[in-house]
Write a protein that binds this ligand. Sequence first.
Ligand code: AMP
Ligand code: MG
Length: 428
Amino acid sequence: MAASPEPQAIPSFEDARHIVEAHAAIVRGSRATEIVDLLSGAGRVLAEPVLADRDMPPFPRSTRDGFAVRAADLAKLPATLEIIGEIRAGEKPEEIPASVERGQAVSIMTGAPVPPRADAVVMVEYTSRQGARVEIAKGVTIGENVVARGAEARQGSLLLDKGILLNEAAIALAASVGKLQLQVYKRPQVAVITTGDEIVDPETVPGPTQIRNSNSYSLAVQIRKAGGDPVLLPIAPDERQRLREVIEEGLKSDLLLLTGGVSMGRYDLVEEVLTEMKAEFFFTGAKIQPGRPVVFGRVPHGAGAIAREGSSVPSLGRYFFGLPGNPVSTMVTFELFAKPMLEALAGMSPRKLIFVHARLKSEIRIRTGLKRFLPAILSGEFENSEVELVAWQGSGDIAAVARANCYAVIPPDRERIAVGEWVAVMMR
Ligand code: AMP
Ligand code: MG
């Protein structure tokens, strides 16, 4: 029997997260890519740079309906100018006046090209047209209401870098330069193993002391959201041989997540079995709640980690996380630790955890020593955001976390937080 990993000092949340980030940097962007149609790229990670195919805008663009003028002609007000033409958005180039001379103006629409030698646009609201002349009541500065050619981007300049998550703005930008197909990273496969003699599949009618597996399902959703493909493996009992078989299966994926079996109980065998498989452990526990027993490590190649075609850094082996089995712990530790690793495998550039801040609605009293991520409800709007913990029975309370829409983040040194204090909030 292999001993469990050597006890190490338990890192703070920040230190544990940095450890994951350092390993994530090793695997980032190492995976195979594929070509997808523009719209199928939404939610995927870009694997090629996208460049401006021409200047943006491609001509000096009027941002208003009004008159293209020479600003100097409006030094004395009101000014009367001669109208020499009209330019609509999409106007044929040969219909655009070759030049706007002193004393002249051109009627122009939003999105139309400003003609040569005009240097500003006066909004139609400040003008009154009399036949072939226009009286203008308000001056303009040079460049007013005009976006200069190439001001948004120069031809050939970088618009989207590889590693970005393609959202609606990025897809719109790709469309605007005629990129109909995009090279994206293949989604990493993430194996999920749930452990525990008491756990049964949701379709099974549970015995009086059995619990339906919910963690595989929360994880599958989180994996998909983070850009991975979940591979749900069979439930592993708290029994060494069978657990090892399922882990070996899980190591065929790009990342392995286990839930349950990482605490100090007699039947918490996950670390023992991984130690038998020559795993390295980067941390076994973090000073957080929920999720304190969280484990992060790597099984070396050859000791069970199997290289998969198109897969990342096979020589390094496979990274794994042992997530505590309590459903809220599983969700929180995925978010804090497994997600940055998965995003790196998915090719995404690193990003920091983002917190919003809200005022506390009801007092919190808590023991010090652990950084807490407590299910909470963020409410209110505009400048009046308020946050309140949901009542819960601890990290097994899946009904409480379903009522929450965020986690309130409580620093480890605070015993009491008063109503009205600012609290960091992690959205989900
Ligand atoms: P463990 O981390 O194995 O000590 O499990 C902690 C608690 O989480 C126990 O109450 C388990 O029954 C529960 N649990 C473990 N795995 C799951 C799961 N897949 N779905 C729901 N509850 C679970
Ligand atoms: Mg268990």
